[in-house]
Ligand binder design. Structure first.
Ligand code: G1P
Length: 303
């Protein structure tokens, strides 16, 4: 196998989803739907469209629905078949054949770095991708595919970044960039969730990484950092001292669906793009925003 083939992706999904309580009290936040598809399916589809074959999901307590979602559902399939719902049937079957799925339980939420470390034995000695499913990237060329393309050319870790408003840098890992060419930088340094006054730039890591296996021994030694968690960013900082690391400005529209407002915005945008809903939903939004004179008509007919 060629060392630059990226075939495996890790999707951390063990988080408690506190930003969406009470919805996430007994259901995984990764299963919240954008229109009709759970968030994690967008991450899996992006990975598969980028050439990934094996998906390693890091789960925890209360996350079984994720495994069921990517498994066959024989009863449901029989029912759809019996009712002549062929199109839905093939959509449902397709989900379980997207990739090879493996699940690892992270028994304690010790941080993103620790979650990635849990995948070490399944990754072995090859480069791999990490996708954070909270961040949805809507792009012509899948976000992860853009990173893999750069990884193959440069043979060093690649982090997906985008510029964010200066006052929001404290929500992200922020890189200190040395420009190489359009949209590509070498990472001189990086810091997890700095205050705006300490941030080296406003280039934020947006939950897409292609990493060499050399990250694992570093993660093993990484001590808890920001918020008492083992931070992937801290391990990446160490790795960047030993070998070149790149930050690629990903092209595409990004939604932070891990945040209530971002989730609502993503829902509206995906609903507007949906072939069977878009035009009616758009019409509803227009009516809702600019009510006709003298009438407060709503979709339900209630005034
Ligand atoms: C994580 C990473 C952070 C990254 C962010 C992207 O933070 O630690 O470096 O910028 O994801 O979404 P979290 O959002 O899990 O707190």
């Amino acid at each position: 196998m060629h060392r630059s083939d990226v075939r495996k992706a890790v999707i951390p999904a063990a988080g408690l989803g506190t930003r969406f309580l009470p919805a996430t009290k007994a259901s995984p936040k990764e299963m919240l739907p954008l229109v009709d598809k759970p968030l994690i399916q967008y991450a899996v589809e992006e990975a598969v469209a980028s050439g990934i074959e094996d998906i390693i999901v890091i789960t925890g307590r209360g996350k079984r629905a994720i495994e069921d979602h990517f498994d066959r559902s024989v009863e449901l399939e029989e029912n759809l078949k019996g009712n002549g719902k062929g199109q839905l049937l093939s959509q449902i079957r397709h989900i379980s054949s997207l990739a090879n799925f493996c699940y690892i339980r992270q028994s304690e939420a010790l941080g993103l770095g620790h979650a990635v470390l849990c995948a070490q034995r399944l990754i072995g000695d090859e480069p791999f991708a990490v996708i954070l499913g909270d961040e949805i990237i809507d792009a012509d060329v899948p976000g992860l595919a853009q990173l893999i393309h750069t990884y193959k050319k440069r043979n060093g870790a690649v982090l997906g970044v985008q510029t964010v408003p200066h006052q929001e840098v404290n929500r992200y890992g922020i890189v200190s960039p040395r420009p190489i060419m359009e949209r590509l930088h070498e990472v001189a340094d990086l810091v997890e969730k700095p205050s705006p006054s300490d941030a080296p730039s406003n280039l934020a890591v947006i939950g897409r990484y292609v990493l060499p296996p050399e990250i694992f021994p570093i993660l093993r030694k990484t001590r808890p950092g920001k918020n008492g968690e083992i931070q992937l960013t801290d391990a990446l900082k160490e790795l960047s001292k030993a070998s070149p690391m790149y930050a690629l400005e990903v092209q595409g529209q990004r939604y932070d669906a891990g945040d209530k407002l971002g989730f609502l915005i993503a829902t509206v945008e995906f609903a507007l793009k949906n072939p069977s809903l878009g035009s009616e939903f758009g019409e509803y939004l227009r009516e809702r925003m600019v009510p006709a004179k003298g009438a407060r008509r709503t979709r339900t007919g209630k005034a």
